[in-house]
Design a protein around this ligand. Structure first.
Ligand code: SIN
Length: 297
C-alpha cells in the first residue's frame, strides 16, 4: 500500500481563511490548534460556525489554557447538537451528560486504551466528543487520533471496490457485556458488565461523511467484531487489516495534554487511543459527547 501522508481538504471545505481565531495545523495527517477563543464565553454563531468548519477540515481541534465549568462545557457542546448520555458508563452525579474519565494512581486499567471511535454501536453514532483536561499526570497519558479519510483513500482501487458494499456489525458486548472485564475492579470508571450490552447494530462499512462529503471506512476496534452474514473468523482478515491501516503512523497525531486543554474530535472521521503509561499518577478528564446521525454510504 502506498502511504500518502498529509491532509486533504474536502470539496465542500476549501480551506479558506478563518476570521475569528487562528488555526494552525498540528500534524501532517490531522489536527489543528485553535488560538484566540475562550470557550467559557457565550460565543456568537459565526464563531461557532468557524469552529465547526475547523473541526470538519482538521478532524480534531485543540484549544490550550481553557478554564470552564461543567455548565460552560455543556453549553459549548450544545451549540453543535444534542448531547449523548453514554449507555454503558454512568455520567457524573450532578451532570449526567458528562463522563468523568478518571484514573486514580492505583488504577491499572484505563478508559479508551485501544483504538476505537466513541459508542459507534449506537444506531446514530456521535458527531464528536469534547474532552477537557482537569488533572494530568506529569508525563504520559497522551491521546492519539487517526484520520480515517486518509486510511481509506490510501487503499488500492481494487481493495476499495471489495470493501465498499460491506456492512459491519457494531456492538458494545465485548467491552461492556457479561463476558467483559469488570471496570469496577481495576479502574475508577462507573460501569459494570451488563446483559443490556448484548445488542448489535449494522452500519455500512464505507460511509460518506455528511458534512465533508468524503468517504472513509468505519471500523471501531472491539466494537466491530464481524461483517453482516459472516462469522468473526471469516471477517477477521479484513477487519484486522482495516484496523492496521486505520492506525498506521502517517495517518495519526499524538497530543501531549496540559491541564486546561480541550480536544474536540469528529467521531465520524477518526479513531482515538488513550495511552495508559502513567501509573501512580492521577488523570481526570471530562468528556461530553454530541449526537450524530445514522451513517450512510
Ligand atoms: C476516550 O476514549 O474518550 C478517552 C480519551 C482520553 O482519555 O484520552
Amino acid at each position: 500500500m502506498t502511504v500518502i501522508a498529509g491532509r486533504r481538504i474536502s470539496p465542500q471545505n476549501l480551506g479558506s481563511a478563518y476570521d475569528r481565531f487562528t488555526v494552525t495545523p498540528y500534524a501532517g495527517a490531522l489536527g489543528a490548534v485553535i488560538e484566540g477563543v475562550d470557550l467559557s464565553q457565550d460565543l456568537d454563531d459565526a464563531t461557532i460556525a468557524e469552529i465547526r468548519r475547523a473541526l470538519i477540515e482538521n478532524q480534531v481541534i485543540f484549544f490550550r489554557g481553557q478554564d470552564f465549568t461543567p455548565e460552560q462545557h455543556l453549553a459549548f457542546a450544545k451549540r453543535f447538537g444534542t448531547l449523548n448520555q453514554h449507555d454503558q458508563v454512568k455520567g457524573m452525579e450532578e451532570y449526567p451528560d458528562i463522563i468523568e474519565v478518571r484514573q486514580e494512581p492505583t488504577d491499572t486499567r484505563n478508559f479508551g486504551g485501544a483504538w476505537h471511535g466513541d459508542v459507534t454501536y449506537l444506531p446514530e453514532p456521535p458527531l464528536g466528543s469534547i474532552l477537557y483536561a482537569r488533572e494530568v499526570p506529569p508525563v504520559g497519558g497522551d491521546t492519539l487520533w487517526s484520520n480515517l479519510y486518509l486510511a481509506y483513500e490510501d487503499l488500492s482501487p481494487g481493495y476499495r471496490a471489495m470493501i465498499d458494499p460491506l456492512t459491519v456489525v457494531h456492538t458494545p458486548a465485548l467491552i461492556y457485556g457479561t463476558k467483559s472485564m469488570d471496570w469496577s475492579k481495576d479502574s475508577s470508571m462507573n460501569s459494570s458488565p451488563t446483559e443490556a450490552a448484548h445488542y448489535e447494530v449494522e452500519h455500512p462499512l464505507v460511509r460518506t461523511h455528511p458534512e465533508s462529503g468524503r468517504k472513509l471506512f468505519y471500523v471501531s476496534g472491539a466494537y466491530t467484531p464481524h461483517f453482516k452474514d459472516q462469522t468473526e473468523e471469516e471477517s477477521a482478515p479484513i477487519i484486522d487489516y482495516l484496523m492496521y491501516q486505520a492506525t498506521r503512523e502517517p495517518f495519526t497525531c499524538r497530543w501531549r495534554w496540559q491541564k486546561g486543554d480541550v480536544a474536540f474530535w469528529d467521531n465520524r472521521a477518526t479513531l482515538h487511543y488513550a495511552l495508559n503509561d502513567y501509573h501512580g499518577h492521577l488523570r481526570v478528564m471530562h468528556r461530553v459527547t454530541i449526537n450524530g446521525e445514522r451513517p450512510a454510504r
